[in-house]
Design a protein around this ligand. Structure first.
Ligand code: ATP
Length: 283
C-alpha cells in the first residue's frame, strides 16, 4: 500500500512540470483590495503547450508571475518540477528561475548592445553555467537565425527578435517556458513562425510551454487552453481551434455564473455554487 502510493507520487512528480494548488493573490490593502487570483489549482504535464486566456483583468499575468516565481501568492502553493517555490529566498528564487524557467515577453527584452549570440547565451552566463557556443549556434540555426549570429537586435525584424528570445529561453533547457503575449507585437506572418517554433520546442525538444494570449489563433497552436475569469479557472479546452476558442471566450462570463467553479486539477467542475458537477472539459 505504502509502496504503491510512493510510486504513484514519484510518477506524478516525474511527469509534472507545473502544479498550482489553491493559489490566491490579492493586491492593495483593506480599503481597496483586488483579488487577482482566487484559489487557482492547475496541473501541467511535461512536454505540453498550454495557452492561458481570459478577459482583461482576469488574472492571466498574475498567474504567470506566481507560477514563474516572480510574484508570491498570498496563500496556496506552486511547484515547478516537483519543487515548491514557497520558502525560497530572493537569491534562491533567482537561481531557481535561471536554471528551470525560460521567459519570452511581448517586447522581446533583448539587450540592444549585445549580438544575437551574446543575447542568447546571457542567461547561462548570469547563472555561471558553461557556455557551449556550438550548441548556441545550433539552436539559433534551428530558429532560422544562423546567418545573423553577430547582428545587433536593432538590425532584426520583430519576428527575428522574438526568435532570438525563444532561442535564449530554450538554450538553458528550462523545465517550463512562460510566454507572455509572445506574438502581441508581431505581424501575422511572424506570429505564425514564432508560434510554430514554440510548438516545435514542445514536440521536438519536449519543453513545457505556458503562453498567455488574447488571440484565439495563437491559442489554437497550443495543445490545450485554460480559461480564466475573475481570477478563477473557468474551463479547459483540448485540441483548440481558433473558432471554438473565440466562441468560448464570448460566453465565458455567462457560463461561469451558470456552472460554478472549475477544478483545473481533476478536469471536472467543482460546481461550488450549484452542486452541478460535470465531467466535461469545459463550459
Ligand atoms: N501590481 C498590481 N497592483 C494592483 N492591482 C494589480 C496589480 N497587478 C494586477 N492587478 C490587478 O489584478 C487583476 C488581475 O490583473 P492581471 O494583470 O493579472 O490580469 P490580466 O488577465 O493579465 O489582464 P490583461 O489581459 O489586461 O493583461 C486586475 O484587476 C488588475 O488590475
Amino acid at each position: 500500500m505504502t509502496n504503491s502510493r510512493s510510486t504513484q507520487s514519484t510518477n506524478q512528480e516525474s511527469t509534472e512540470a507545473l502544479r498550482l494548488v489553491e493559489v490566491r493573490k490579492t493586491y492593495g490593502d483593506d480599503n481597496a483590495r483586488v483579488t487577482a487570483l482566487d484559489g487557482v489549482s492547475l496541473d501541467l504535464t511535461r512536454g505540453t503547450f498550454t495557452a492561458v486566456m481570459g478577459p482583461s483583468g482576469s488574472g492571466k499575468s498574475t498567474l504567470l508571475h506566481c507560477a514563474a516565481g516572480l510574484d508570491e501568492p498570498d496563500t496556496g502553493t506552486v511547484f515547478v518540477d516537483g519543487l515548491e517555490l514557497r520558502g525560497k529566498s530572493e537569491t534562491e528564487l533567482t537561481k531557481f528561475r535561471r536554471q528551470r524557467i525560460g521567459f519570452v515577453f511581448q517586447q522581446f527584452n533583448l539587450l540592444p548592445t549585445l549580438t544575437v549570440v551574446q543575447n542568447t547565451t546571457l542567461p547561462l552566463k548570469l547563472a555561471g553555467r558553461r557556455i557551449d557556443s556550438a550548441r548556441a549556434r545550433a539552436v539559433l540555426e534551428r530558429v532560422g537565425l544562423g546567418q545573423r549570429l553577430d547582428h545587433l537586435p536593432g538590425r532584426l525584424s520583430g519576428g527575428q527578435q522574438q526568435r532570438v528570445a525563444i532561442a535564449r529561453a530554450l538554450l538553458a533547457e528550462p523545465s517550463v517556458v512562460f510566454a507572455d503575449e509572445p506574438t502581441g507585437a508581431l505581424d501575422s506572418h511572424s506570429a505564425r513562425e514564432v508560434l510554430g517554433l514554440l510548438q516545435e520546442s514542445v514536440r521536438t525538444f519536449g519543453r513545457t510551454v505556458v503562453m498567455v494570449t488574447h488571440d484565439p489563433v495563437a491559442a489554437s497552436y497550443a495543445d490545450a487552453v485554460v480559461f480564466l475569469a475573475d481570477g478563477r479557472l473557468a474551463g479547459r479546452m483540448s485540441s483548440p481551434t481558433a473558432q471554438a476558442v473565440a466562441e468560448r471566450l464570448t460566453h465565458l462570463g455567462d457560463e461561469i455564473a451558470r456552472q460554478g467553479r472549475y477544478d483545473g486539477t481533476s478536469g471536472a467542475y467543482a460546481a461550488a455554487r450549484n452542486g452541478n458537477a460535470s465531467g466535461s472539459e469545459g463550459i
